[in-house]
Design a protein around this ligand. Structure first.
Ligand SMILES: [Fe+2]
Ligand SMILES: [Fe+2]
Length: 382
């Protein structure tokens, strides 16, 4: 047989990838329990075929730090990737956000070398529905590196976290990676505004999803969450390098949009005795940088849409992106990565899909913005 006839039986890697993508999307269509399991099995099979070890969605409480000679923890820099705020609707309503999440999964799977882990920053679903969360879980299952997942308010307030917990486990947990202690918080705890008003689950979720309605209570880590955090940090010295993940920013930015954590000062007080703390948060869907005392704060980009900046309270260290082009659905969106140094200071990369990436370096943070100022994006502002 001549080579010319060969393409009939030959599939390029791009064709195979495209076929897998199409079958995944088809499998996600009208996802019910049975087809979800089928799609998950297919994804696992595809991962195994690529020599990738599939991992479970159970909470990761495993210590990743490696012990060196004499039992000392080996500290070395590492990188993790992040994806956040995908806000998935059911596919029959909207598949743009679904495609954006798959694009982010492709991005982090293409990283070479692979990151130590991939962190999902919350708001996987838009309205907390089981199908939205199952669809998100099926897509995230294709991430090659170990995956850690954090909860956002859009994942929680339809069934008070039942479905999310069944997929991902406890909403607060901690783990260690190369000597850095990483803590994942549930910072979207709200006071009960629904019982007295006799709200249905749909109404409760809809109220939380509308950030500026003035009915819901502000987010908090809450008494129980703060006790858990204190317990988790008990016995750890001031030199413990500490990374904290929270969905809402752990400071007070703009209350009307719930860009706010009501007990932020109390959480910051728990973290104050540590030399270096870096907090990563989702929820705000934009480039956002802050430093309060010993704590550096970095926001994550969203894969779904960028929020405009709040009308007041923007932290001074923020490198602002121009207002994204409303006619370009990917502008202002993206994912990214962080290089974590042994002291828990980080170089944070915003991988903006339609703009140049922006890196906020550890030097920029420690010099309070005097050195290493990133180039401000100069694209047109809309
Ligand atoms: Fe969000
Ligand atoms: Fe959120």
């Amino acid at each position: 047989m001549s080579d010319r006839k060969k393409p009939l039986g030959f599939k390029s890697i791009e064709t195979k990838h495209e076929e897998e993508r199409v079958s995944l999307i088809q499998g996600l269509h009208n996802l019910d329990r049975r087809s979800f399991l089928k799609v998950s099995a297919a994804a696992l099979g595809a991962a195994a075929g690529l020599g990738v070890t599939p991992h479970s969605f159970q909470p990761v409480n495993v210590a990743w730090a490696q012990a060196g000679p004499g039992g000392a923890v080996k500290r070395e820099q590492f990188r993790f990737a992040y994806i956040s705020d995908s806000h998935l609707y059911e596919r029959s309503l909207n598949d743009r956000f679904l495609n954006a999440l798959m694009r982010a999964v492709d991005d982090v799977n293409a990283m070479d070398p692979q990151p130590d882990f991939v962190f999902f920053g919350g708001d996987l679903a838009q309205l907390g529905r089981a199908k939205e969360l199952e669809t998100g879980a099926a897509i995230l299952k294709n991430v090659k590196a170990p995956l850690k997942v954090m909860v956002g308010e859009h994942d929680w307030y339809f069934d008070m976290g039942e479905k999310w917990k069944s997929l991902f486990g406890a909403p607060q947990y901690s783990f260690d990676n190369k000597g850095v202690h990483c803590v994942v918080l549930n910072s979207v705890v709200e006071k009960d505004f629904w019982t007295e008003r006799k709200l249905t689950p749909e109404q409760r979720m809809g109220t939380v999803a509308g950030l500026d309605n003035g009915v819901q209570s502000p987010f908090s880590v809450g008494d129980e969450g703060r006790r858990w955090l204190e317990d988790d940090l008990k016995g750890r010295g001031a030199d413990t390098p500490l990374i904290v993940f929270s969905h809402s920013p752990l400071y007070k930015l703009y209350r009307n949009w719930n860009f706010w954590t009501d007990d932020a000062e109390q959480v910051q007080a728990i973290l104050r005795r540590f030399n270096n703390v870096t907090v990563f948060h989702g929820h705000t869907h934009q480039l956002l940088t802050n430093r309060i005392g010993n704590i550096n704060f970095h926001g994550f980009l969203s894969t779904a849409w960028p929020w405009p900046y709040a009308p007041q309270g923007l932290p001074e260290m923020t490198i602002q992106m121009g207002r994204p082009d409303p006619f370009n659905p990917h502008d202002g969106c993206g994912n990214g990565s962080a290089t974590v140094y042994p002291d828990a200071l980080v170089d944070k990369v915003y991988n903006l899909w339609n703009r140049n990436p922006v890196t906020i370096t550890r030097k920029y943070m420690t010099t309070k913005g005097q050195a290493d100022k990133p180039v401000v994006p100069t694209l047109r502002s809309y």
